[in-house]
Design a protein around this ligand. Structure first.
Ligand code: ADP
Ligand code: MG
Length: 147
C-alpha cells in the first residue's frame, strides 16, 4: 500500500465552496499533483502532516473527492492544516505526508452535520498522529529539503 505518501505542490484557488466561512479552510492542490496519486489511494478523508513553504510542520486532515467542476471525472485533494495562519497562502508550496485513512466520503443532511463530522476527523487526526511511528514522519527530511 502507498501510505505514507509524500507530495507537494502549489496552493491554488478552489471553487469557493465556502470552506473558510465554515471555519475549515482547505488548501487545494493543482491537477498535476492529484494525477500522480497512486491508484490505491481512493477517495475519503486522510490525516497526516503538512507544511507551508519553509514553515513549521503541523497536523492536517485531507479530503480526496470527486471534483464537481470536472463533472466528477477528476479527483481533488483539499488539505485543512490544523493551525491558525495569519494570512492566506495561495501560490505557496504546500508539502504533505498522508499517513493514514480516517473514513470514506459521504454526504450530509445539514451543514451542522458536516461541520461536526470534520471536527471529529480533526480530533481523530490529532490523537492518531501522536503515535510514535506517525510522530517520526513529522521530522522527515522531506519537510526540511526545500524543493
Ligand atoms: P478555496 O475554495 O480557494 O480553496 P477556502 O475557503 O477552502 O477557499 O480557503 C482555502 C485557503 O485558505 C487556502 O488556499 C489558504 O490560502 C488559506 N488558509 C488559511 N488557513 C488555512 C488552514 N489552516 N488550512 C488550509 N488553508 C488555509
Ligand atoms: Mg478549499
Amino acid at each position: 500500500k502507498s501510505l505514507p505518501y509524500f507530495c507537494r505542490g502549489e496552493v491554488i484557488r478552489g471553487f469557493g465552496r465556502g470552506s473558510k466561512e465554515l471555519g475549515i479552510p482547505t488548501a487545494n492542490f493543482p491537477d498535476s499533483v492529484v494525477e500522480h496519486l497512486p491508484a490505491d489511494i481512493g477517495t475519503g478523508i486522510y490525516y497526516g502532516w503538512a507544511c507551508v513553504g519553509n514553515g513549521d510542520v503541523y497536523k492536517m486532515v485531507m479530503s480526496i473527492g470527486w471534483n464537481p467542476y470536472y463533472k466528477n471525472t477528476k479527483k481533488s485533494m483539499e488539505t485543512h492544516v490544523i493551525h491558525t495562519f495569519k494570512e492566506d497562502f495561495y501560490g505557496e508550496t504546500l508539502s504533505v505526508v498522508m499517513v493514514g485513512y480516517i473514513r470514506p466520503e459521504r454526504t450530509y443532511d445539514s451543514l451542522e452535520a458536516l461541520i461536526a463530522a470534520i471536527n471529529s476527523d480533526i480530533e481523530e487526526a490529532k490523537v492518531k498522529l501522536e503515535l510514535p511511528d506517525h510522530l517520526k514522519l513529522k521530522e522527515d527530511n522531506f519537510f526540511t529539503s526545500t524543493a
